[in-house]
Write a protein that binds this ligand. Structure first.
Ligand code: HH2
Length: 288
């Protein structure tokens, strides 16, 4: 299954949910590092996620785990060179998870359709102009500090209001560079590595309606993350599947429509049930 970019961008209006499968072509990602660095393994994983219901594949060649080293653009490109065209050839809608314009340009040239920038344009001044020129969808994510140094004790007076103000400022900055506002997707940057404690992450999920009020699609990426381990006592990220599904369903209830996850089948099934019940609920009207 695949989704048109128009349908993805229109998802807040229609209530359509979009599952984005994670493909980390990295040796060091926190939950699947090293598993998909080999092109054959990456391609098999991509095929599996598409068959499982992913409509977008988010391909990244740089881990953001705590303390991870920055990967130069050329090294990211070398990791992606064989894999990206192969994944595009499967008919997948591909998003490139990078903060570097050079990597994004390479990926767009290879057929990727979406740029996912966890720095929201702060890492590379060339990224917004590139996206403006290509007029492709762009994910802007909130992050306090950076994963290499990590905030030991991140502080906010009001995490939801501050993340909302940040995203609205970065949206304006992107638009000022020529990125069409209608192509922008917003992401609160769930995760301890992105400068949020357990309480901040929970507050952001609870307050997601505030971010959705900015009028752009909201993407969330809680998948297998450590705060879910703290909530459930599961130290092994692979055992955080149910917790991930619950976080996504709660986010969906508050307006998120795009979900970046490792466990595509589990979430696709859960969303099918949630959507069926919601459609049958006489108290609600949704057009899917
Ligand atoms: N989380 C990660 C990476 N990219 N992009 C968006 N838009 N939102 C997220 O929450 C997000 C992201 C980190 O997760 P993962 O890719 O699983 O791990 P790693 O960074 O160790 O590769």
């Amino acid at each position: 299954m695949t989704i048109s970019l128009e349908d993805m961008l229109d998802s807040p209006r229609t209530g359509r949910c979009v599952v984005m499968g994670i493909l980390n072509v990295t040796p060091d990602s926190f939950s699947d590092g090293g598993r998909f660095l080999e092109p054959a393994a990456a391609v098999a994983r991509a095929r599996e996620m598409l068959a499982g219901g992913a409509e977008i594949l988010d391909v990244g060649a740089e881990s953001t785990r705590l303390g991870s080293r920055r990967v130069p653009a050329d090294e990211q490109i070398a990791r992606l060179r064989e894999i990206l065209p192969a994944v595009v050839a499967m008919g997948a809608q591909v998003s490139i998870d990078t903060t570097r314009a050079k990597v994004a340009a390479f990926a767009l040239d290879a057929g990727a359709a979406i740029v996912n920038d966890i720095s929201a344009g702060r890492d590379d001044p060339e990224l917004f102009p590139l996206v403006a020129e290509r007029a492709c969808p762009l994910v802007l994510m909130h992050m306090l500090g950076d994963p290499a140094t990590m905030q030991s004790a991140p502080r906010y007076d009001d995490v939801v209001a501050e993340v909302k103000a940040f995203l609205s400022e970065r949206l304006a900055a992107a638009v000022a560079c020529g990125v069409p506002e209608g192509k922008v997707i917003l992401d609160p940057g769930i995760g301890i590595g992105f400068g949020k404690t357990l309480e901040h992450n929970v507050a952001l999920l609870a307050g997601l309606g505030e971010l959705a009020a900015l009028g752009r699609p909201v993407l969330v990426g809680p998948s297998r993350k450590r705060f879910l381990g703290e909530l459930t006592g599961r130290t092994d990220p692979a055992q955080r599947v149910s917790a991930t599904v619950a976080a996504c369903l709660e986010a969906r209830r508050r307006g998120a429509t795009i979900f970046r996850v490792h466990d595509v089948v589990a979430l696709t099934d859960a969303l099918a049930v949630a959507q069926a019940v919601e459609q049958a609920d006489p108290g609600k009207k949704t057009s899917l």
